[in-house]
Design a protein around this ligand. Structure first.
Ligand SMILES: [Fe+2]
Ligand SMILES: [Fe+2]
Length: 250
C-alpha cells in the first residue's frame, strides 16, 4: 500500500475541517451565575487559543524539511488557523455576553515563553499537554453552561481537539524516531502533565468541578489521554500511525 507523508494527510484533514463552519448559531445567553463562574476562565482559554504560533510554525517547517516531510509546515499553519478559529468562536460568544476579552494573563505568558526556545520535539510535547487539558475542560464547560450556543461551540472544539491530539501524536512519533532514552522522556512528559494539572486545577478547578470532575478524576483523565497520545506516537514512530490512533479520543 502506498504510504502518504503524514504532513500531507494532516494538511488535507485541516483543509477539509476549516471548510466546515460551526453548525448551531442560535445566539443565546449564558445562565445566571455563569458570568462569574465561566467568564474569567473562558477568557483565559480564549486567549490561549489565539496564539499566532510563529515559533511552532518555524520549527515545524525546519523539522519537516530535515525529516523529508515538507508538507508538515503547511499542516501546522492550518492547525494554527483552526486554533485561532476556536479563539474567534469563543471571543464572539464572550463579546455577545458583554464580557471583556483578555489581552494577556500570566499562565499564557509562561506557556508562551516555555514553548519559545524548545525546538520542535519539546515544543510539541508541551503543546500536547495544553491540548489534553482542553478536552476535559470543554467537556466541563458544556456540562456547566445553560447556553446552547456555548454548548455547540464546546462540542465542535472537542471534535477538533480530538483530532489535534492525533496530529500531535503523529508529530511526536516523527520526533521520537530520532531520539534516545524514550522511557525517561515519557516519564518526564507524564510528570509535566501532572504539574500542569495542578496549575490548571488551581485556575479552573471550579469550572471543572461543575462539569463533574474532581481534582483526581481530572488529573487521571489527562494522564489517560497522554497515555493514548504516547501509544499513537509509538505507532507513528514505527510508521504504523494510520492504523493505531489514540482510542480514548476517537
Ligand atoms: Fe483549540
Ligand atoms: Fe487544539
Amino acid at each position: 500500500m502506498r504510504e502518504w507523508p503524514a504532513g500531507m494527510v494532516w494538511r488535507n484533514h485541516f483543509r477539509r475541517s476549516l471548510l466546515e463552519e460551526l453548525e448551531a448559531r442560535t445566539r443565546d445567553e449564558w445562565g445566571p451565575g455563569e458570568r462569574e463562574l465561566l467568564g474569567p476562565s473562558l477568557a483565559q482559554f480564549q486567549l490561549g487559543e489565539s496564539s499566532d504560533g510563529r515559533h511552532l510554525l518555524r520549527y515545524a517547517r525546519k523539522f519537516g524539511e530535515a525529516s523529508g516531510d515538507t508538507w508538515l509546515g503547511e499542516a501546522m499553519a492550518l492547525f494554527i488557523e483552526e486554533e485561532n478559529r476556536h479563539a474567534r468562536w469563543l471571543g464572539e460568544f464572550l463579546k455577545a455576553q458583554g464580557y471583556p476579552l483578555l489581552q494577556r494573563c500570566w499562565s499564557d505568558a509562561v506557556f508562551r515563553v516555555l514553548r519559545k526556545g524548545l525546538g520542535f520535539g519539546l515544543m510539541a510535547g508541551v503543546l500536547v499537554c495544553a491540548e489534553i487539558v482542553a478536552v476535559p475542560y470543554y467537556a466541563a464547560v458544556r456540562e456547566a453552561t445553560a447556553s446552547r450556543w456555548l454548548k455547540a461551540i464546546c462540542t465542535r472544539l472537542l471534535r477538533d481537539e480530538a483530532m489535534h491530539l492525533r496530529f500531535q501524536a503523529t508529530n511526536l512519533g516523527a520526533v521520537w524516531r530520532r531520539w534516545e532514552a524514550l522511557r525517561l522522556l515519557r516519564g518526564g512528559h507524564k510528570a509535566l502533565m501532572a504539574a500542569i494539572c495542578v496549575v490548571v486545577w488551581g485556575e479552573h478547578g471550579e469550572v471543572l468541578r461543575r462539569g463533574g470532575y474532581t481534582r483526581l478524576t481530572f488529573t487521571a483523565r489527562c494522564l489517560e489521554l497522554l497515555e493514548e497520545v504516547h501509544a499513537g506516537a509509538l505507532a507513528a514512530q514505527r510508521k504504523e500511525w494510520t492504523a493505531r490512533m489514540p482510542a480514548a479520543v476517537r
